[in-house]
Design a protein around this ligand. Structure first.
Ligand code: NCD
Ligand code: ZN
Length: 352
């Protein structure tokens, strides 16, 4: 990585957690990711959910068709795990080459998770098969019991589910997705080899006050929900440390403006328009810019046993104003991005 006072050139990064959606929405958002990242792991929570390797193969083709000409971008896929996922399907997924893992959504935990796993006891066979065939488990780590406070769901998931998975199948690689708490960061740090976590820009930059700042702020609502300032600080410490277990996953999750600004607004923050710039701001503020490349471009690839990307991207320290909204498909739908109308301190100026 090369840094000067006002530019930063790093190995082309990967995004280990992205929502691309489908159809016109897919076409609208893929270019934002493809211009900065070499690869991205596309989440399978579509309607219908991507529960088969065959469905993922078709989805991959549709993603590739949305990549602007001239950009070398490679989508990676993950199978949507259900109570009914068979070891045969896991084997097929592993053989496909472009499927890096399977995603565990506890049923009811988040957007389009109704087909998700109803109990961990239903999927031990599939998890064993994943360990055998080298697929990584990506986990949305929240319990869904109505009696558990929404701010405590991640910790309860660690205690009731995740620690059991990690202990019972020692050969299974596990990525604890979009961690939000100090407790989660500690759990990952203290875990056996083969356990890692992704961290989003919003959980590094905002605490839960941002949801209620002067009124209800639907564009700061995502799942897992933002947490306390102490949690945010612990995540910044983890991401900007030299611990290889913490790496980049934006969880950029686009929803149309009207679906966010509604009586029952959707969960998800769109950050792909400025993902690497947002992370650069975090690392800069922490005085750890020199660790950005490791977090963004090395640790995730190393964890998955994939080659690091060859190209580079360059950021310049230059203030710019994020648009209030972007086009979202061919109709009149709009997409409100993270930091809409606000300024960013870094700007992506080149990709090679
Ligand atoms: C995601 C989405 O909209 O698909 N929403 C979110 O708030 N992060 C789903 C998810 O990753 O939980
Ligand atoms: Zn997500």
């Amino acid at each position: 990585m090369k840094t000067s006072d006002d530019t930063l050139t790093l190995r082309r990064p990967d995004d280990w957690h992205i929502h691309f959606r489908d159809g016109a929405h897919l076409a609208a958002v893929v270019p934002y990711t493809a211009r900065q990242f070499g690869r991205a792991l596309a989440m399978p929570n579509l309607k219908p959910p991507m529960t088969t390797t065959a469905a993922l193969a078709d989805y991959r083709t549709r993603i590739l068709a949305a990549v602007p000409t001239g950009l070398a971008f490679e989508p990676m896929l993950t199978l949507y795990l259900t109570d009914a996922t068979t070891p045969e399907e896991i084997q097929r997924a592993s053989g496909a080459g472009f499927v890096v893992g399977a995603k565990l959504y506890p049923a009811g935990a988040t957007t389009h998770s109704d087909a998700g796993v109803t109990s961990i006891d239903k999927v031990w066979g599939a998890l064993e098969a994943m360990a055998e065939h080298g697929l990584v488990l990506q986990v949305h780590g929240e319990v869904t019991e109505p009696g558990v406070d929404v701010f405590d769901r991640e910790q309860a998931f660690i205690d009731r589910v995740l620690s059991r998975v990690v202990d019972r199948i020692p050969a299974l690689k596990v990525v604890f997705e979009h961690i939000t708490t100090r407790v989660a960061a500690q759990f990952v740090r203290a875990s056996r080899k083969g356990v890692a976590a992704t961290v989003t820009p919003q959980h590094l930059l905002l605490n839960r006050n941002a949801i209620f700042e002067g009124g209800i702020r639907p564009h700061h609502y995502c799942l897992p929900v933002l947490k306390r300032e102490q949690d945010r600080e612990a995540l910044v410490e983890a991401a900007t440390s030299d611990d290889p277990r913490f790496f980049l996953g934006t969880d950029s999750a686009p929803h149309a403006k009207h679906a966010k600004e509604a009586p029952c607004g959707c969960a998800g923050i769109f950050s792909a328009h400025a993902a690497i710039e947002l992370y650069a701001e975090v690392f800069d503020q922490a005085g750890r810019l020199e660790r950005l490349e490791s977090f963004a471009s090395e640790r995730g690839a190393d964890f998955d046993g994939r080659a690091r990307n060859r190209g580079t991207i360059t950021l310049r320290r230059e203030r710019w104003t994020v648009p209030e909204s972007y086009e979202y498909g061919p109709g009149s739908e709009r997409l409100v991005p993270f930091r809409a109308g606000g300024t960013l301190a870094w700007r992506l100026v080149d990709a090679a």
